[in-house]
Design a protein around this ligand. Structure first.
Ligand code: ADP
Ligand code: ZN
Ligand code: ZN
Length: 752
């Protein structure tokens, strides 16, 4: 007998309460997690709809009193139900409780007060309003004319629903007296509009909407035509656009979006939170107007919920946002764009630890939508699939608008050390910055902080001490305030800290890391009188700290901008002609199998910041490993060659995307208990012939807030097998009584 746990009402309040029903035999093949079913409810056995969130063969209650599901609700499956099936899929593929999975796909429901926004409305149709506008212009009654022009919009689509009062009085500088005058003439009225706020509108600016459209170049046109002709033929696909930064990917997205919208479909555009700047949103806004909206973390929960409702009610056609925007309940989803598809922020950090790219492909598949991925530095996953023909690959080879790729100088830091230059600025970088200061051009100094968490390396030869089994670097472990051992976070291998470099014998080994502050101090000493801005977690406090610094720099408010990966993403600084990368290979020591991939991405993206305007750019790439393939190919922006080398490493070591890895995190206040459970888990995994088990080992963060964290890894070619391993571990944990003090989390294909 099969039993179903059912959520009767979808309002979030009752999400945690499920009711159990029997699945009648005739429905056993049809009912699945996420199904919308009809059930008798309460004393009167009212027929209500409910969602199946779990299927089990162990009843929770007395079977004789358990009611049966009446039937499956087939008519017009509401969007929530498909999101529920998506939640079911996420649960199955990433390991999480159904509640967590549902929470991931549902917007937080908040009681929101409807906001009354003071608004100026037109009281006549477009032609009449146009007539008045021309009259006022003829009489040089410019303030009145400005109000009417604003209401008329720039693209001939009038704002019948009105325009924000504050915008007109403050931004357009048309005082109340002007509005009163127009009101007395019966042309407009002022009043409160009850409406959901559109954050894109608040950030953007309705009167400045002007189409900014380029004639596509041949490569851009080819991609647009191919995708749209497949779309019109009913073919749905996942496409990957590989194009260097500035090659015009966004322009292509917008043209494809325009085509998809013409079928009455809606579009989700995912961008990494960090790239979600005013400029990005504004660019879409200028092209598509009021029907663009945006979701981001600076909005309140209520505002975010508003955006979901607006989307559901069909008031929005394009939703832009980070990972969570993926779940916007559009009725007619036609396309999901995932820009900068390689970004780590697409991977959820809390369970379910899903990857937005994978979920996008799944959701699109469920709804008959297409997916468009784009990146200058594609993830190995996406490129691997594109090469296998699972995704369709397009390439943009040139920079759009004629800008050139920068010239890259590689500086060997070991040589600097030999020549007794102990500064973080090499001779070459110093000279080129000085040149920029003379020419009044800007420089960006990028500090690669990924992997800074600590590793031991040699200042003479640049080698870091790695695990002989896993090709990742060993992490120092502190004992009573001193580093006493080095450990592999993957397999548990450990050694005492050596006195000298195992490669060259130098005594100059130690933990190595440079902070932004240190670089700023050095820069102030070296470049007297230069205007220097620093951007890192400390200087970007507050809601707008981030964009404030960037716009100050973009407006020429400084000569040198120093920062971490934050400054690399998506920003266009036309006057930046020099990018310096302080230690390009720091991220090679990140201790995970993606280290080379991340390094390639960071270096290539950073280099891509130079010379985006008319002036030619230069890049200085300082590194201890000038011959490492990730550095060499990034310097040449040669992704193809990088990919070939990297994928052969993954093949050799059976790392994703060639194979798959399931990580099981075991955590507990009691270290012994965590370690024991981890051993049990590794035994469970070892039952599977095709699964290679590694660990138990300390997690990358071995102890946090007094909770001990252990990891077990299982490697297997087949993802499905790893899902079964996960299910088996889950089932064990559910019925277990010995390890009640331990918790477990799953993660697929991530090692942090
Ligand atoms: P990406 O998204 O690949 O970084 P963008 O779409 O932002 O590239 O384009 C980079 C710059 O080139 C932008 O300023 C854009 O307006 C401009 N651009 C894009 N396509 C064209 C084109 N066909 N002709 C001229 N300029 C273009
Ligand atoms: Zn050495
Ligand atoms: Zn190891």
């Amino acid at each position: 007998m099969v039993f179903a746990d059912i959520i009767i009402d979808i309002s979030v309040k009752s999400l945690d309460k499920t009711f159990q029903y029997r699945v009648p035999e005739k429905l056993e093949n049809e009912v699945e997690t996420g199904s919308l079913v009809l059930v008798p409810f309460g004393n009167g056995n009212r027929q209500l709809k409910g969602y199946v969130v779990n299927l089990t063969d162990t009843p929770r209650f007395d079977i004789s009193r358990t009611k049966s599901i009446t039937g499956i609700e087939k008519q017009g499956v509401p969007v929530e139900s498909h999101l529920l099936s998506l939640a079911g899929w996420i649960k199955k593929n990433y390991g999480a409780s159904m509640n967590d999975a549902i929470k991931a796909v549902m917007p937080v429901k908040k009681e929101v007060r409807e906001q009354a926004v003071r608004t100026v409305f037109p009281l006549m149709d477009k032609e009449k309003l146009e007539g008045f506008a021309m009259q006022f212009e003829a009489k040089h009654n410019t303030a009145r004319a400005r109000v009417l022009r604003c209401l008329l919009g720039l693209n001939g689509e009038m704002y019948y629903n009105g325009v924000d009062y504050n915008y007109i009085t403050k931004e357009l500088k048309c005082p109340k007296s002007v509005l009163d005058g127009l009101g007395q003439m019966g042309i407009i009225k002022t009043g409160a509009a009850k409406k959901y706020r559109n954050p894109a509108l608040l950030e953007g600016n309705p009167a400045h909407r002007a189409e900014e459209r380029h004639v596509l170049n041949e490569e851009q046109q080819y991609i647009t035509d191919t995708v749209l002709s497949e779309y019109s033929d009913g073919i749905r696909n996942t496409y990957l656009i590989h194009g260097v930064t500035g090659s015009g990917k966004t322009e292509v997205y917008m043209n494809i979006i325009e085509g998809v919208l013409s079928y009455g479909k809606q579009v989700i555009v995912l961008i990494p939170e960090i790239a979600l700047t005013f400029q990005t949103v504004n660019r879409f806004y200028k092209r598509f107007g009021e029907r663009v909206s945006v979701i981001h973390s600076r909005l309140s929960a209520g505002e975010r919920y508003d955006q979901f409702i607006r989307a559901k009610e069909g008031l929005v056609d394009i939703m832009i946002g980070p990972r969570s925007a993926l779940f916007v309940p559009f009725k007619n989803l036609g396309l999901i764009v995932v820009d900068e598809e390689h970004e780590t922020s697409y991977q959820s950090e809390t369970p379910p630890k899903y990857h937005a790219r994978e979920v996008a492909v799944q959701r699109a598949g469920m709804l008959g939508a297409s997916v468009l991925l784009g990146s200058a530095t594609p993830s190995l996953e996406a490129y691997y699939r594109a090469r296998k023909g699972i995704y369709r690959l397009f390439t943009l080879k040139k920079r759009a608008g004629g800008a050139h790729l920068p010239k890259v100088h590689i500086v060997d830091l070991r040589e600097e050390f030999k020549n007794k230059n102990y500064s973080v600025f090499s001779g070459k970088l110093t000279a080129l910055i000085e040149e920029r200061l003379k020419k009044h051009e800007q420089s960006v100094i990028f500090i690669n902080r990924r992997g800074y968490a600590g590793f031991i390396s040699c200042r003479q030869c640049g080698e870091s001490i790695g695990c002989p089994h896993c090709s990742v670097s060993l992490k120092p472990h502190m004992h009573k305030g001193v580093v006493d051992r080095l450990k592999c976070h993957f397999c548990g291998y450990e050694i005492p800290v050596p006195d000298a470099c195992p490669s060259c014998g130098s005594k100059y080994i130690g933990t190595f890391g440079i902070g932004t502050q240190q670089v700023e101090e050095a820069a102030r000493k070296l470049f007297k009188g230069a205007r220097i801005l620093r951007m890192d977690a400390d200087t970007t406090g507050g809601k707008e700290g981030h964009s404030k610094i960037l716009s100050q720099f973009a407006n020429g408010g400084a000569d040198i901008l120093i920062g971490t990966q934050m400054i690399v993403k998506g920003h266009d600084f036309p006057n930046v002609t020099l990018v310096g990368i302080i230690a390009a290979d720091l991220s090679l020591n990140a201790g995970d199998y993606r280290a080379a991939e991340r390094t390639y991405q960071l270096v290539a993206q950073a280099a891509g910041r130079a010379g985006r305007g008319n002036k030619k750019g230069e890049v200085v790439l300082q590194t201890y490993q000038p011959a490492h393939y990730s550095i060499v190919h990034a310097a040449n922006q040669d992704y193809e060659s990088f990919y070939k080398q990297e994928i052969s490493v993954r093949e050799m070591l059976q790392y994703p995307p060639v194979s798959n890895i399931l990580g099981v995190l075991v955590f507990s206040e009691n270290e012994e208990s965590a370690l024991k459970l981890a051993s049990v888990i590794s035994e469970i995994a070892e039952q599977y012939q095709d699964v290679t088990v590694l660990g138990p080992a300390d997690a990358p963060v071995a102890k946090a807030k007094d909770i001990y964290r252990k990891m077990v890894y299982g490697k297997c070619m087949d993802y499905g097998t790893l899902c079964s391993v996960k299910d088996c571990i889950e089932a064990f944990k559910e019925q277990d009584t010995e390890y009640k003090d331990c918790g477990i989390n799953f993660e697929f294909n991530i090692i942090r």
